[in-house]
Design a protein around this ligand. Sequence first.
Ligand code: ADP
Ligand code: MG
Length: 582
Amino acid sequence: MPIRILDADSAAKIAAGEVVERPASVAKELIENAIDAGATDIRIELKDGGIALLRVIDNGAGIPAGELPLAFQRHATSKIGSIEDLPLVATLGFRGEALPSIAAVSQVSLASRPAGAASGSQLRVHGGEIVEQSSLGCPPGTGVGVRELFYNTPARRKFLKTPLAEGGQVTRLVGHFALAYPGIAFSLMADGRAVFRSSGGGDLSDVIARLYGPEVARGMIPVDLNDGLQVRGYVSQPQVSRASRSHISLFVNGRLIQGRSMLHAVEEAYASLLMVGRHPVAVLNVNLDPAQVDVNVHPSKAEVKFAAERQVLGRIHQAVHQAVARYAPVPVIEMRAPLIGSVPGPLPPEFRSQNSEFGGAGTEFEPSRGTFSGGQRPVDAEFRVPNVLGTLPMLRVLGQLALTYIIAEGPGGLYLVDQHAAHERVRLDAIQRSRQNDTGQAPDAQLLLQPLTVEVSPVQAAAAGAAQPALSRLGIELEPFGDRTYLLRAIPAAMRLDQARDTIGAMLDELAAEAPGDWDDAAAHSLACHTAVRAGQALSEEEMRALIAQLETCWSPQACAHGRPTMVHLSQAQLEREFGRR
Ligand code: ADP
Ligand code: MG
């Protein structure tokens, strides 16, 4: 085919594909316009998941009658005057593309009345053509109705999912906006049914409660870091987790961001506190100098580029990590049934979150508010002194149980420490610490005088190939030696030489099964696990004391490398209840 210039209609429909993919993308553009217009009340209505009708009504500044047709022209915007304005743009929109793109592939009617105007006016646009303009009475603000999305591009309509699925995406989107803008009242109706409403009262935890329920809201930890770059919001305690990432809402200067790098920064801040496959609930607003962010790098602006990417991601990671590590509680032993009928049963778990930094003994701590509610017993002064990082109580070892658990006494009761999980945490911390003073070299690698041959299975061989650089950074030097054989030239100090073959075999099996995205991380976890003491191993009192002392210096002492708890706590208050002492 010879080169030709497309006719205007085809060009418009093709360009629309970049902005308008489905009802949720239409909703995003219309809601952003309403926010840019200063609305404090935004109503969204759907029919058939937004395919038959998607309407957004706001109480914002409105559009003067004379400017209505302009709003539907490509590159027509009131938000920037020229490219020079872009670096400092404070509005969500600026390309002047959304309305024309939407109108090219649907039947749009827009009614608007600026606050001062005597009446409003309406414009109807079908498939990009203005079909009617008239004046009409309407309240101040703007209403945009989008009907029959893709009615004139059947190929694209075919790609839409069911109304239920499309409506679900709009619902999630509205939830995100409500979280980003607690000061705006959002409401969503679908097929005449009220789906969601936020109050617009400005309280983020209130929006979280409406969206995810009061229990989740109570389990959220405030995040507040402010030093030039501001990171604010809430993240969930590690024990409040979800099977998908859809409960993570991240905003940069008020823009919903869906890029992976910020997600990773948040999730990595939990490190091993979350079980594999679980994800936190999080709402984080990152605010920084607009000149430090390029917002024009993605067709639907779902990603941004930071001038100082590493620093920004580092700060996000740090803000979340500090919040989470400080609040990670020791799980409390649940007594299934009170031993004596008259003794009140344990409190529901949400009221019983213990935080050792604040003492513990019989003190109920409400993480969502950061306040005490009814501490029954004063805490001994010495127990108030937190350890280095304020996350683990000081424990006195009493003995070993079933060759698996260390029994210890601590502030406010009895602690059972899983020796393997605890040691795994200690090992992982040591590995991560040595990695931070990164010299590129594994600091404690022991060169073997005689290299060992390690035979591997085909599955292990594949993992060994992929993991080799990561293993080498941990001090495990494997060198290919024939088809299914490796030469082991160095091992980390923590690994016993007589167990090196077994340990490395087990690590390779684990890595092969996991096929991780981050080999360094997975290899570190695996090494920590396979060099830690096992359950069933007798420990001397001295060894137990040393282990507990090491655990006290760890960042997240209450969870092992796989996110399982390292210890459980039976509080003094519970003991007293169980024995009917009060
Ligand atoms: P952009 O948002 O990039 O400027 P749009 O195509 O989304 O481009 O909108 C074009 C213009 O129409 C906006 O710049 C704004 O002036 C006006 N407009 C659109 N929606 C609204 C609204 N809900 N309230 C007030 N003005 C609006
Ligand atoms: Mg816009």
